[in-house]
Design a protein around this ligand. Structure first.
Ligand code: GLN
Ligand code: ZN
Length: 768
């Protein structure tokens, strides 16, 4: 029985890679210095896993930016616009140009597109394919890293995204073909790689095939069958570990069970039932092993050894110990590095800390599970097993976690609690009478520039260099100036600017019971960007109002409406590490009730317009379509619970960015927000068509300019976009606003852009 790790975090336990990459990009360290940091991280990771006792230690799981982009470079599949750069730059600079774009002496290329890796918050660089796409072995990274490890004394298991998943991850940049048709062209380069690896002494190869967790076409099934048979013909001695994660094999199982591979890896955290499916199918070939992903790579909870050992036993009883490997559910790049580095009792109490395991601890858990499973020693006698049991038992009953009031409140949610008092058509009349807004009302999405100064106040406040009164006074001044600016500019619905917020989830989490925060629990989001998701460990409860003070302060400054600003329950859930001891839906409902109370409190102090941001609704969609309905059901309901405590004439807004609404427009409509603001400008209002075709009944603010760029849009451009919008949506349903919050922008361009935006709205009003 072997232990099999699928991938280890490559950011370094103190984000060394982030710091080094950013210094390199800024020109302050040499390429050798950067390469050295990478080398050290790889060495430390290999050493750490070897020390822990991992048998199959991955290599090529390291990346300077993204593993998909690594493969694009490996396969020489870079788009034509980088040819010039390829001629005059090192491979590493070419690589960074593809990741980030490049603008220097006479060079100006945009970056490749980035998108989310399945249902994670990791973003990969999307490969681009043309009909005559050529592939060649361009970078030997995978081979170099194998040799590098070998020299250090580790015979690693190279990790490679399979050619099928690689092609599926990409996009066609030309009409007239499907990218999966490129399979025969790309396969020879894989052969070349495998051949070299084999000659260098590689025994196992991990082929990541994450698309097996999705619904696939026949063409893809055929490609999968073709690829693994070809590989087996050419390399009968290489042990191929076909690796799927994030969900079941589902209806792909028959195809998978017929493949000539050495091992199948199963994510038993996301889908424990597939072990039974496989064992009971009678179709598992006698020479195929199973890698059991029992340790959760996507969450931070300590493993439940009893539960894992039961699964392992089921497998060993059926196929024998020799054919079983113990593994994390997926690569550990989705976990923070090391729990031992957490030392802040105030935000992560020891009682909670004992329930957690980060990548390093998960590695140890995998080895312990293997030891327990092989040795059949009396488990209860081992300290490690006892500790695990005690921690998990204490979590089940801890007072920190369980709040009966919250549980009772969730249980007594009544039919109708997720509905506004009256349908939109009736609310609308009351809102028109109460709010008296012009046609094409103007607003913003919430945040105004978070300048270095504003951030420095927060840092000083946290260090105790500013007392609460001093900190508040500074924020009040900033808020007041922002209100005055909006009044002078003639914006109709104002916001307070969100200067008091560090992050749209953390700010709420810090004020809610049931949330803990790590000091160093960073996870790579993309390139050098890392996020530190809060840990939702217990029943969520709102002890005090969270935003009322700032909203009412802002409202007291002006006779115009100030919009209250909240983050929605699904987004808070989605961007946190969540409990695994109850369904996500339950946690989400608890958050929804907390937000509902906040909405009601805002209304009580006279806030008539309240925005509940839900940018993460779409990314929460399960990978398999058959699970969508269930998710959408509870997610949309949670939003409605949060929004439905108010009177008809209080106007609820929601905001969503980065969203494609095609498949879910009915559900978006079911949210029944009075106004939805969406990201639209980069798509030239194309995103709005879905709403138009659907005849979306409520009001919509399609973003009229892109806040991700410092560029100031012209009035004319925005008028044109508004005209486009007016052509498809009745004008009395339209709002005028930027794409998203302005927090990453500077004041200079923000002011100019908003002045032009208001002028554009006025032009539209005159035109009718
Ligand atoms: N209200 C938030 C802001 O303006 C919304 C951010 C978001 O949609 N991601 O910053
Ligand atoms: Zn947004």
């Amino acid at each position: 029985m072997k232990t099999n790790n699928l991938g280890y975090p490559r950011i370094g336990s103190n984000r060394e890679l982030k710091k080094a990459s950013e210094s390199y990009w800024a020109g302050s360290i040499s390429v050798d210095a950067l390469l050295n940091v990478g080398k050290n991280i790889r060495k430390e990771n290999w050493q750490l896993q070897a020390n822990a006792g991992i048998d199959l230690i991955p290599s090529n799981d390291f990346s300077f930016y993204d593993q998909v982009l690594d493969l694009t470079l490996t396969l020489g599949a870079f788009p034509n616009r980088y040819r010039e750069i390829a001629k005059t730059n090192s491979a590493l600079d070419l690589y960074f140009a593809m990741a980030r774009g490049a603008q220097k002496e006479g060079q100006d290329v945009v970056a490749m597109e980035m998108t989310k890796w399945f249902d994670t918050n990791y973003h990969y660089i999307v490969p681009e394919f043309t009909k005559n796409q050529q592939f060649e072995l361009f970078s030997t990274k995978i081979i170099d890293e194998f040799i590098e490890a070998k020299k250090l004394g580790f015979t690693t298991k190279p990790v490679l995204i399979s050619p099928v998943s690689y092609l599926l991850l990409g996009k066609e940049k030309e009409e007239g073909f499907h990218r999966i048709e490129l399979i025969e062209k790309v396969l020879p380069v894989y052969f070349e790689i495998l051949n070299t690896l084999q000659n260098e002494g590689a025994e196992y190869i991990q082929f990541d095939e994450p698309f097996l967790a999705l619904n696939l076409t026949d063409a893809v099934h055929n490609a999968i069958t073709f690829v693994y048979n070809e590989i087996n013909k050419k390399f009968p001695n290489l042990k191929i570990i076909l690796t799927n994660y994030f969900d079941c094999f589902g209806e792909n199982l028959d195809t998978v069970l017929a493949l000539p591979v050495h091992t199948l890896h199963l994510d038993l955290v996301r889908c424990s039932s597939q072990l039974d499916d496989i064992l009971e199918s009678g179709k598992l070939a006698a020479n195929v092993s199973l890698s059991l992903g029992v340790v959760d790579g996507r969450n931070i909870w300590k493993n439940d050894f009893k539960k894992s050992l039961a699964l392992i036993k089921k497998a060993t009883d059926a196929i024998g110990k020799d054919r079983v490997l113990i593994a994390p559910s997926c690569s550990l790049i989705h976990s923070p590095c090391d729990l031992d580095l957490e030392s802040n009792e105030a935000t992560l109490p020891n009682e909670i800390k004992q329930w957690l395991a980060f990548a390093k601890q998960k590695t140890e858990e995998i080895v312990l599970l293997q030891n327990f499973a092989i040795e059949e020693i009396s488990l209860v006698d081992t300290v490690a097993f006892q500790e695990n049991t005690i921690a998990n038992e204490s979590r089940k009953t801890s007072k920190l976690i369980h709040n009966d009031d919250v549980k009772n409140r969730v249980a007594s949610i009544a039919i109708g609690d997720d509905k506004r008092q009256n349908p939109f058509a009736i609310r609308r009349h009351k809102q028109i009478a109460a709010l008296k807004l012009p046609l094409f009302p103007t607003t913003t999405i919430g945040s105004f520039p978070q300048t270095t100064e504003v951030r420095s106040w927060r840092a000083k406040f946290k260090k105790g260099e500013l007392n609460p009164e001093q900190y508040d006074a500074l924020l009040e001044k900033e808020t007041e100036e922002t209100i005055r600016f909006q009044e002078e500019t003639g914006i109709d619905v104002l916001v307070h600017g969100e200067f008091e917020r560090n992050d749209m989830v953390e700010y709420f989490g810090e004020q809610l019971d049931g949330f803990a925060f790590t000091k160093n629990g960073w996870v790579q989001s993309y390139g050098s960007r890392c996020v530190k998701p809060p840990v939702i460990y217990g029943d969520v409860y709102r002890p005090n109002p969270m935003t009322v003070k700032w909203a009412s302060f802002a409202q007291s400054l002006t006779p115009k409406w100030v919009k209250g600003m909240l983050t929605g329950p699904v987004t808070i859930l989605q961007w946190s590490f969540v409990r695994n001891d109850q369904p996500r839906s339950e946690t989400c409902t608890q958050i929804a009730l907390a937000i509902r109370d906040e909405v009601v409190d805002l209304e009580k102090v006279g806030i008539k317009i309240i925005q509940i941001d839900e940018p993460a609704i779409r990314e929460g969609l399960p990978l398999r379509k058959e699970e969508w309905a269930n998710y959408l059901d509870w997610a949309i309901k949670a939003f409605r619970i949060s929004a439905s405590g108010v009177k008809d004439d209080t106007q609820i807004h929601t905001h969503m960015c980065y969203s494609e609404f095609n498949d879910i427009i009915q559900n978006i409509a079911d949210m029944d927000a009075d106004v939805i603001t969406i990201e639209c400008s980069r798509s030239q209002m194309e995103l709005l068509d879905v709403f138009a075709d659907f005849k979306y009944p409520n009001e919509i603010g399609p973003g009229v300019y892109d806040i991700h760029s410092p560029r100031v849009p012209s009035r004319k451009e925005m008028v044109q976009l508004l005209e486009k919008a007016s052509a498809v949506v009745p004008i009395d349903q339209l709002w005028v606003n930027p794409d998203c919050g302005l927090k990453t922008r500077h004041w200079e361009e923000t002011k100019k852009a908003l002045i032009e935006m208001v002028a554009a709205a006025k032009e539209m009003r005159v035109a009718i």
